[in-house]
Ligand binder design. Structure first.
Ligand SMILES: [Zn+2]
Length: 463
């Protein structure tokens, strides 16, 4: 404990001196929000952290091919054999029934056309917005800006009912590593025009880190969202949360024009298993006994002194290759929405955005707590700090369930909440990009502070 306290004192002193050296330019902060957000009485992280000095002394973490996608109602059966429950479509939420019910196809098609019109309107707004200021993804084109016929991107419109059925997945229980890989492959097989299966590399014990890219934007390099789970191997609900995202987005887009617009704007990189070795062994750390989510660089630690784990090194390659516009790292062990910084109580240059986005997301998830991650408890080396520092990624940690491994009976509900939160976060990012993010009225019970009277041994409160 005393060692930790000393470490905190050194860290805090160091942060005040040279911690900005590795940060991305802070040139796009509150200006994107507009006067409404400012006027709504947004609670800034600073405003709620009047007693943050106590934290510093109390706790520290220890550690297209369109022809492949058939017309609605006339598609060949693209269903693939899944090793997962074969009657999945019946188990998922009622929205899937719409897709499964062929009699509803005309209505569905009408909804899709209506959605395309809305998306085209949104695209026009987006094109008129100055998106300069992002570190890596300034070239945000409106759907249809590539000259496609009709002024709109058609990839989402053309997703066949059979394809939606083929990618359906349910969560009556947890999926194992083989099932996860097979499912991700099956999505790419069912939706070749928009989904790509990739393997980022191999873990310390040689297991693949598979991921799926969903790109329905009609652009080669759209701004991208990174959804990852299982930094910690003993948090399997985080795995399932990530696994659920592709089908949820695609299914929901059939009836929700706002989700369609998100899919037509952003590519989604979905990686359920950042730590496959820990997942298999049900350990927080990787096979080398290291916590991957304390291994990234951050403004207080260089790359050279970080990335000791092969897995964080692989994520670094992806992060720097893509330069994600936004990201969500799913974890479990609490119900919270958290954002950078983790290592300091200082707010980021995007603190106002993060607070507004966190608030909206927590509301969508029916969570009471949203806060800067430091205010949960201080950590060094988390993915979200690294991503924000390196790529100005609008990154969040979602703690999706109180239990790290909730019972199977609760799993589907946890997954659904995680998906709703993901849409809310990305919608907030989209609103920000369009200059139309408006804050909700501030709420009182927005923060959880680490209970200062609780003995902290460096092993508890790790999520
Ligand atoms: Zn975790």
């Amino acid at each position: 404990m005393r060692t930790f306290l000393l470490a905190v004192a050194v860290l805090v002193a160091g942060c005040g001196q040279g911690s900005d050296s590795g940060r991305a330019p802070r040139n796009d902060g509150a200006v994107d929000l507009g006067p409404v957000a400012q006027a709504d009485g947004l609670r800034s992280p600073e405003a709620g952290a009047l007693d943050s000095g106590q934290d510093r002394d109390s706790t520290i973490d220890g550690g297209s091919s369109p022809d492949q996608v058939a017309e609605l109602g006339t598609s060949p059966d693209l269903a693939v054999d899944l090793p997962i429950s074969p009657d999945l479509a019946a188990d998922i939420n009622p929205a899937a029934d719409l897709a499964a019910d062929m009699a509803s196809v005309p209505d569905l098609a009408a909804d899709l056309r209506a959605g395309a019109d809305l998306a085209a309107d949104a695209g026009a707004d987006l094109a008129a917005t100055d998106t300069a200021g992002y570190a890596t993804d300034t070239a945000v084109e409106a759907p249809g800006a590539d000259g496609s016929a009709g002024g709109g991107c058609t990839l989402v419109d053309d997703i066949a009912v059979d394809s939606l059925r083929a990618i359906a997945i349910s969560f009556p229980t947890y999926h194992d590593q083989v099932q996860i890989e097979t499912y991700l492959r099956s999505v790419a097989s069912a939706l070749p025009a928009i989904a790509t299966y990739k393997v980022l590399g191999q873990s310390g014990q040689g297991r693949d880190l598979p991921y799926l890219i969903i790109n329905a934007t009609c652009q080669a390099s759209p701004p991208a969202i990174f959804a990852n789970g299982t930094h910690h191997g003993d948090e399997p609900s985080s795995t399932e949360a990530a696994l659920a995202i592709p089908a949820y987005l695609l299914r929901t887009s059939a009836t929700d024009a706002s989700v369609r617009s998100l899919l037509q704007t952003y590519a989604f990189y979905v990686m359920p298993l950042v730590n496959p070795d820990g997942f298999v062994s049900n350990t927080r750390e990787n096979a080398a006994g290291l916590d991957i989510n304390r291994d990234y660089s951050y403004p207080g630690r260089s790359d050279a002194d970080s990335f000791k784990t092969v897995e964080a090194g692989l994520v670094k390659g992806l992060q720097e290759g893509v330069g994600f516009h936004a990201a969500i790292a799913y974890h479990s062990g609490a119900q919270e929405v958290l954002w950078p910084w983790c290592y300091t109580s200082d707010a980021t240059a995007d603190g106002i955005f993060f607070t507004a986005a966190g608030q909206k997301t927590a509301q969508a998830m029916n969570f009471a707590i949203y806060q800067q991650s430091y205010d949960d408890y201080p950590t060094q080396g988390e993915y979200i700090d690294y991503a924000y520092m390196r790529s100005h990624t609008l990154a969040a940690t979602f703690e999706v369930s109180i239990a790290k491994a909730p019972s199977a009976a609760l799993l589907a509900g946890v997954v659904d909440i995680a998906c709703k939160g993901t849409v809310a976060w990305v919608q907030a990012v989209s609103d920000r990009d369009k200059g139309s993010l408006h804050a909700l009225p501030a709420t009182a019970a927005a923060r959880r502070r680490f209970p200062l009277t609780t003995p902290f041994d460096g092993t508890n409160r790790l999520e």
